[in-house]
Design a protein around this ligand. Sequence first.
Ligand SMILES: CCCCCCCCCCCCCCCCCCCCCC(=O)SCCNC(=O)CCNC(=O)[C@H](O)C(C)(C)COP(=O)(O)OP(=O)(O)OC[C@H]1O[C@@H](n2cnc3c(N)ncnc32)[C@H](O)[C@@H]1OP(=O)(O)O
Ligand SMILES: NC(=O)C1=CN([C@@H]2O[C@H](COP(=O)(O)OP(=O)(O)OC[C@H]3O[C@@H](n4cnc5c(N)ncnc54)[C@H](OP(=O)(O)O)[C@@H]3O)[C@@H](O)[C@H]2O)C=CC1
Length: 515
Amino acid sequence: MSTIAAFYSGKSILITGATGFLGKVLMEKLFRTSPDLKVIYILVRPKAGQTLQQRVFQILNSKLFEKVKDVCPNVHEKIRAIYADLNQNDLAISKEDKQELLSCTDIVFHCAATVRFDDHLRHAVQLNVTATQQLLLMASQMPKLEAFIHISTAFSNCNLKHIDEVIYPCPVEPKKIIDSMEWLDDAIIDEITPKLIGDRPNTYTYTKALGEMVVQQESSNLNIAIVRPSIVGATWQEPFPGWVDNLNGPSGLIIAAGKGFLRAIRGTPKAVADLIPVDTVANLTLAVGWYTAVNRPKSTLIYHCTSGNFNPCYWGKMGFQVLAAFEKIPFERAFRRPYADFTTNTITTQYWNAVSHRAPAIIYDFYLRLTGRKPRMTKLMNRLLRTVSMLEYFLNRSWEWSTYNTEMLMSELSPEDQRVFNFDVRQLNWLEYIENYVLGVKKYLLKEDMAGVPKAKQHLKRLRNIHYLFNTALFLIAWRLLIARSQMARNVWFFIVNFCYKFLSYFRASSTLKV
Ligand SMILES: CCCCCCCCCCCCCCCCCCCCCC(=O)SCCNC(=O)CCNC(=O)[C@H](O)C(C)(C)COP(=O)(O)OP(=O)(O)OC[C@H]1O[C@@H](n2cnc3c(N)ncnc32)[C@H](O)[C@@H]1OP(=O)(O)O
Ligand SMILES: NC(=O)C1=CN([C@@H]2O[C@H](COP(=O)(O)OP(=O)(O)OC[C@H]3O[C@@H](n4cnc5c(N)ncnc54)[C@H](OP(=O)(O)O)[C@@H]3O)[C@@H](O)[C@H]2O)C=CC1
């Protein structure tokens, strides 16, 4: 029996962000490996017209949870959704619910966050710093609490090149930032944001770093650990390969490239693509929860959940493998044939943006207008280019993360736990992983059926023919214009025609002789 699975049996676990990408996979793994756990409390808010119960129902009835129902048929009874809104200072948890959480919780996994790069600093501070502080305050009043696991990001210190498993201080204390958000108006916050975030690229990485500082400040009273994943991608193995349910990280760009919208990105092919499968992050997090509770380390341990130092893949290779996967698994109704490349130069990027992104969008919108439909491609393209520009920072740099604690944890696991809670990415085959990722994007994000693949392939052939026809027509028009204007072009033209004529005559004469 797995020691870690046994540890979670009979436990009451609190998860924040359980409706998110990582939270769902974490919860699924817990139910599947420790069906005897007592209860999982999840902090949820109503969203998109759905009540808490409807949201939970939807998650439990999704494909991700299919295997759970076999091993834990009463999973519905073991999950308790608690109304909470991390946007509010007291987290908006009712008195009764709070009392229950305080008296029953054994372990906390804090996954909730805003992961948007362009969030307003006030909102990002509220979610990633203040809410963390509030949760830690609650945790300090939980008499049974054995461990508090905080999910941060490997990029919280992306302003450094080499990152150790330590908490780096930010120039301004989190408490001062939290206080100032209460009285500064939005315009002033907008003005000071670039100064505050300094050499970090966005409010997300900055507020996640502040969140870590808050955790450190509370660590004397609590048994805390921090997990720092890099770019979280689709599942590698569990509960099945390729599962993904949001557009963050590479997923949105895979769709954009597969549908033929994205043709070039400013990225460094030789930079490390530090992707980490979401099930690997969940496994490491659960192992960290066990280790922290059982061994109660003297200081807050930080675990880097990254792939680059164990099994590096590079953006150039990954891009190539994604494109190769589109050959086997094409997406339906593509706008253009999938082809994309990395460029390292800003001028080339601007050229490709004009020629390969904006121009086709304008032409297509013109066609839509002519046929009496509403133009939409230019808007979509502008949005895509904005998204790409925000991700570029991460596509043009490589980082080194020390992984001493993660390796130490791996060595502490029994062979059975190393198998059940596998987070050893040295075993990951990137080619296979990328293919499953593309397949997962098609099935679970685009909701496309594999039965449509032959039709999609035919559509791509048609697009290829249109592409050839368009290029030939363009070449002929350009050549015709050139001949009309330049004596030199005319001379070249006559030379080519003359050469072809002679070649054909010679060929015809020699074949007649043979007969
Ligand atoms: C050889 C070439 C090869 C080619 C092959 C190419 C593929 C291989 C290469 C892969 C390279 C990967 C690089 C990854 C680097 C990641 C680094 C992360 C590092 C940090 C990791 C962390 O620790 S951090 C967690 C990650 N955190 C994010 O990753 C959030 C980012 N993101 C946002 O911060 C917001 O996204 C941002 C951008 C503000 C826009 O914001 P925005 O408002 O403009 O757009 P929204 O995202 O809100 O989306 C608005 C609506 O567009 C819909 N939509 C969006 N994309 C769509 C799409 N592609 N196709 C259809 N629909 C789409 C969406 O469904 C919404 O629909 P609706 O409105 O109906 O709900
Ligand atoms: N995805 C990635 O690439 C990486 C993620 N991480 C970290 O992992 C953690 C999980 O990320 P991920 O699962 O990808 O993110 P998601 O955006 O998928 O999930 C975020 C979760 O936080 C919840 N949440 C957000 N705002 C509130 C609120 N006001 N009240 C209550 N709950 C709220 C969301 O709930 P709701 O469903 O209601 O919106 C959702 O459950 C985060 O801490 C993130 O920083 C770290 C590195 C990379």
